[in-house]
Ligand binder design. Structure first.
Ligand SMILES: Nc1ncnc2c1ncn2[C@@H]1O[C@H](COP(=O)(O)OP(=O)(O)OP(=O)(O)O)[C@@H](O)[C@H]1O
Length: 533
């Protein structure tokens, strides 16, 4: 029991001491917490005080630095201004210096040019001096010569003067003879042309185009008289007799000249050049190309070396030569088309045509000259103008062709060249016209079954070609009435068909078997025309 008590007592004592220690510890903790809080507060306050202090100091420093920067800026601005002003001053000085340099340079150039000029003048002057010295020497020797024998010289001058006068008289006489001879030549030449016939018919066969029969099989032609070249024999189509025998007839034709396919435009022109000469001599001349489409009419007339350019070149050459016989010429050209019995100007593009201005044919009975109103007439003072004119006509015709479907083979084109010559020495005057006509395709003659526009075209072509035949027939027969007015074409060409005018018809022939029927029709028409003459 005592032990128990002792242990209990001891335990109580231990508990008490432990409690005391715990209280003591709590007390110490509280004190520590308080002390820590106090220290923290003190530190914070000290820190805040320090922060405030340094902030004030920083603001002071910033203000000071800003002041310094401002001062520096102001200083820099002033310095920049000073520098700019100095720079401007320098620029002005530079400009002045540049101006002075330019003026010095141009002074130098002037001086240089002056120097060159003077050098040139000096060279020229030294040449002149040399020349003058030479002339001086010659004159001196002449003076010496004249002084030595003046009588002999004056005799020699008188004789020379007389010889000169005689030579001049002979030259004038020769010139007058030349002029008279030209007048006589014109008369004789015309007589010769009349003997050859005022209406002539020639035939031309074009070559087959392309290689190896590309165009189709060839018709059979023979040219029996190689010398005179006036015949052509055509082997006709196959004919079957009632007994079944197959034969082919030969159709002989004769013309004033036949050109086989090898003949070039140059040789063809050789035949017509006499007619061009007649036009220059003051006669009216008409050259037609007749034949079916594709037989070579346009190639013969208007190609680059065709009759139109060749004729104009010959005219230029001849009128230049005639100048020494006192003849001066003017040449004017126009190009018209007869389509559906209406005249159209081929030198004015369709869009520029004034529909209100009617194209009309006017005849001057006294001068036997025709004018066409409201068509463009070009003064042909250079050969190039003819080429330009042909190109224009070709363009205007082809524009119409696309609209009217191959217009060129359904219209007649007429190139009209008026030639007026005057002789200053004799007072003679001549006025001739050369008409070069590319007729519409003749195959339309037999065309039937056409309707509408085609029908109208066909009838008009038929009519105008028939009228041409009628006019030539009436002229050949010497009829009192020639039906010129029955078609626009013959009305237009009235003064170039008949009277003392000259007419040449080319009948153009295709070499193809397929065209044989048309070929025979064309050759028969041409033969009829020739028979009338
Ligand atoms: N003598 C020739 N030598 C070489 N080529 C030719 C000759 N004649 C015609 N030709 C050629 O044959 C073709 C038909 O000729 P062209 O156009 O002159 O016929 P056309 O009768 O005027 O026809 P269209 O009535 O349609 O105007 C053309 O290509 C042309 O260049």
């Amino acid at each position: 029991m005592t032990m128990e008590n002792e242990r209990r007592t001891h335990s109580h004592a231990l508990e008490d001491r432990s409690r005391d220690h715990r209280d003591e510890l709590q007390q110490l903790r509280r004190e520590l917490t308080d002390e820590t809080e106090r220290l923290q507060r003190t530190n914070r306050e000290a820190l805040e005080a320090l922060e405030r202090h340094y902030k004030v100091e920083l603001e002071d420093v910033q203000t000071q630095k800003a002041k310094e920067i401002q001062e520096l800026r102001t200083k820099l601005g002033t310095e920049q201004q000073d520098l700019g002003l100095a720079l401007q001053g320098k620029d002005r000085e530079m400009d002045v210096l540049r101006g002075q340099m330019d003026s010095l340079k141009s002074d130098l150039d002037r001086e240089q040019a002056l120097k060159n000029n003077l050098q040139k003048q000096m060279a020229e002057m030294s040449n002149t001096i040399v020349q003058l010295q030479k002339t001086n020497l010659t004159l001196r020797s002449q003076v010496e010569f004249l002084e030595s024998d003046s009588k002999q010289q004056s005799d020699s001058f008188t004789s020379m003067e007389a010889r000169l006068q005689e030579a001049l008289r002979q030259a004038e006489e020769a010139r007058q003879k030349l002029i008279r001879e030209e007048t006589e030549r014109r008369i004789l030449f015309n007589k010769y042309q009349e003997l050859k016939g005022n209406i002539r018919v020639m035939c031309r066969v074009r070559p087959v185009l392309g290689e190896g029969g590309a165009e189709g099989s060839e018709a059979r032609f023979a040219f029996p008289d190689e010398k005179s070249s006036t015949q052509i024999d055509v082997t006709g189509l196959e004919e079957r007799s009632s007994l079944g025998a197959v034969t082919r007839k030969t159709h002989p034709f004769e013309f004033d000249r036949v050109f086989d396919p090898r003949i070039q435009n140059e040789e063809v022109f050789g035949e017509i050049s006499q007619l061009v000469q007649s036009a220059l001599d003051g006669y009216n001349v008409c050259i037609f190309c007749y034949g079916q489409t594709g037989s070579g009419k346009t190639f013969t007339m208007s190609s680059a070396d065709g009759m139109i350019p060749r004729a104009t070149h010959m005219i230029y050459e001849t009128i230049t030569k005639l100048e020494e016989k006192s003849w001066t010429y003017t040449m004017e050209g126009s190009f018209v088309e007869v389509y559906n019995e209406e005249l159209r100007d081929l030198l004015t593009p369709a869009k520029e045509v004034d529909g209100k201005k009617k194209i009309e044919i006017r005849h001057d009975e006294a001068r036997k000259q025709t004018t066409v109103t409201n068509v463009k007439t070009v003064r042909l003072d250079t050969a190039d103008k003819v080429e330009v004119m042909l190109r224009q006509a070709q363009n205007n015709r082809s524009v119409a062709a696309t609209k009217a479907n191959e217009r060129s083979s359904r219209s007649h084109s007429v190139f009209i060249l008026k030639l007026v010559g005057e002789n200053a020495a004799t007072g003679e005057r001549c006025e001739g016209t050369l008409n070069l006509v590319d007729l519409a395709g003749s195959e339309r003659l037999n065309h039937s079954g056409a309707e509408g526009e085609r029908m109208k075209e066909t009838q008009n072509i038929n009519k105008s070609l028939a009228c041409l035949g009628d006019v030539i027939e009436a002229l050949g027969r010497g009829s009192a009435h020639v039906p010129y007015r029955n078609s626009k074409l013959t009305h237009l060409l009235q003064y170039s068909l008949g009277g003392n005018s000259k007419t040449l018809m080319f009948v153009m022939v295709s070499p193809l078997e397929a065209h044989l029927k048309e070929t025979l029709t064309s050759l028969r028409f041409a033969t009829k025309v020739r028979l009338f003459c």
